[in-house]
Every structure is written in C-alpha cells, then in structure tokens.
Design a protein. Structure first.
Length: 200
C-alpha cells in the first residue's frame, strides 16, 4: 500500500521537520481524494462484511496499491472497512494544522481549508447520539485494528477534541467567524461529553 495515513500520523513529524515539501505533497494528495467517493462494494476479510471502498468527505486509509491504480483507487486495505474509521479525519485535521504552523504556508492552508470543513462534516455524521463525539461502531474502526470500541472512546474522542481546537485556530486564520463559533460550540459539547462519559 502507498502512504497509509493512520500510521503516517506518527512518522509525519520527521517529514515536516526534515523534508517539509515532501510532507505537504502527501497532504495535497490526500486532500484531492476527500471530495470523491468510490461506491465499489468490497468484502472485508476480518468479519466478512461488505462496504463501500471510499465514502464522500472521508480521509482514505491509503493511496492505493501498486497492484491496482495507486492515487486513483484509494483504500486498498481490505482487512477492515476503513471508509468508516473514526480516527482518520481527526488525524488529517491535526496534521494539516501542524504543517501550516511549521511552514506558515498560507497557500497550502487556503488550498486545504475546504477539505477540512468537509472532513469535519463527515466527523459530525459519525456522531450518532449527538453528544459531540464520534461514536465507534463496536468493531475495529480505528487504526488499532485489533481493538474494538463502542460509542465514545478515549482514543478517537481525544483526537477529535484536539482536531476541533485546531479547526478553531484555522478558522481564525481564515477569518471565518461563523465557523469559529460553530467549532467552538462543538468543542465545548465534545469536551463535556468526553469528561462525563469517559472519566470518573
């Protein structure tokens, strides 16, 4: 597979420090996939369920496989249905903001900003109980793909709270006061739910 995004999250710190243009090129590649979907039905190996290859406004797990058409047929990973993973969107938002802070590349942020909004819309759709946090589906729907979680989880919820805070900062840079307010309200709801549901 080419550039698995879930684990790129950890390696990307070295890239942005040593080869920032390489890191930005990876972000541009992922951004180009977000407004597209691939409704090809696939059978996933771990549980035998079927699902779409790529959901609209979702961040793909990878850029494809050399056995197919990398960069065109994304989400080559077939062990689990990554189209509904709950951590990829938050990781995308966090990496984009970190890369902007490190490079101060306004052209990059201007280009990527619409995809941030789309990814956040997708994250909101993954919140079934409307408590402000994405809801894990009771199967391995995040990068730790041997662990299952149902409802709010510390891992995905923590990433999402950090992503919301990053979105507020980016919305301020983009001078979008409406989104600053929207993301701030969402952040407060998410933080309260995170504390009430996951800590005692």
């Amino acid at each position: 597979m080419v550039n698995t995004y879930d684990v790129h999250f950890y390696a990307s710190f070295a890239l942005i420090q040593l080869w920032p243009e390489l890191e930005l090129s990876i972000q541009y590649e992922y951004a180009s996939t977000i407004p597209h979907e691939n409704v090809e039905s696939r059978v996933y190996l771990f549980h035998g369920q079927t699902g779409r290859r790529k959901m609209l406004n979702s961040v793909p797990h990878d850029q494809g496989d050399p056995d197919e058409e990398p960069w065109l047929s994304v989400n080559a990973y077939i062990a689990h249905d990554t189209a509904e993973w709950k951590d990829l969107g938050s990781k995308y938002v966090l990496q984009v903001y970190r890369d902007y802070v490190y490079t101060q590349n306004s052209e990059f942020l201007n280009h990527i900003w619409p995809t941030i909004q789309s990814v956040m819309t997708h994250l909101r759709e993954q919140d079934a109980d409307k408590d402000g946090l994405v809801d894990n589906g009771g199967f391995a729907d995040q990068t730790y793909d041997a662990w299952t979680a149902a409802g709010a989880s510390a891992y995905c919820g923590g990433l999402q709270i950090a992503a919301l805070r990053s979105c507020i900062e980016m919305a301020q840079i983009m001078n979008d006061k409406d989104l600053v307010n929207e993301y701030d309200e969402w952040l407060q709801l998410a933080k309260n739910s995170y504390s009430e549901k996951l800590w005692n």
